[in-house]
Design a binder for this molecule. Structure first.
Ligand code: ZN
Ligand code: ZN
Length: 131
């Protein structure tokens, strides 16, 4: 039965990794993607997973984020969501320094807005700040 117990462990590991990549309850898109980038950037995998699990009606999310320069998950964090300096320690140049991540302030389920840990960057004229 050794092979069975190994299979069991594999299944358990798979379950653990799936659980790790589920957005926390009321976790915002920005905090979620920021957290998931620990596992690497694989295109828009994380924003799509968030959309699927938390904001199924935000079907244009990927396209909207691309318009803002978020062509993949790491670019989303570089170009679309900016750490709010009220909550992130920065060095003399205003660059965010490595620090333990604060817990998400939370958003309404179904929303693709960031919580107050993040600021939006200036939008091109005519685009609403968030959708
Ligand atoms: Zn990327
Ligand atoms: Zn958040």
């Amino acid at each position: 039965m050794e092979s069975n117990s190994f299979d069991g462990m594999e299944a358990e590991l798979r379950e653990v990794s799936v659980a790790l990549t589920i957005p926390r309850s009321h976790e915002c898109l920005a905090c979620y993607v920021h957290r998931m980038l620990e596992f690497g950037c694989h295109g828009t995998q994380w924003m799509l997973r968030y959309q699927e699990l938390r904001a199924p009606r935000a079907t244009a999310l990927e396209r909207r984020m691309a318009l803002l320069g978020g062509y993949c998950d790491c670019e989303l964090m570089m170009n679309v969501f900016d750490p709010n300096p009220r909550f992130f320690a920065t060095d003399d140049h205003g660059e965010v320094i490595d620090q333990p991540m604060l817990a998400c302030f939370g958003v309404r389920v179904g929303s693709t807005q960031p919580c107050s840990l993040w600021l939006g960057l200036p939008r091109p004229y005519g685009y609403p700040r968030w959708w």
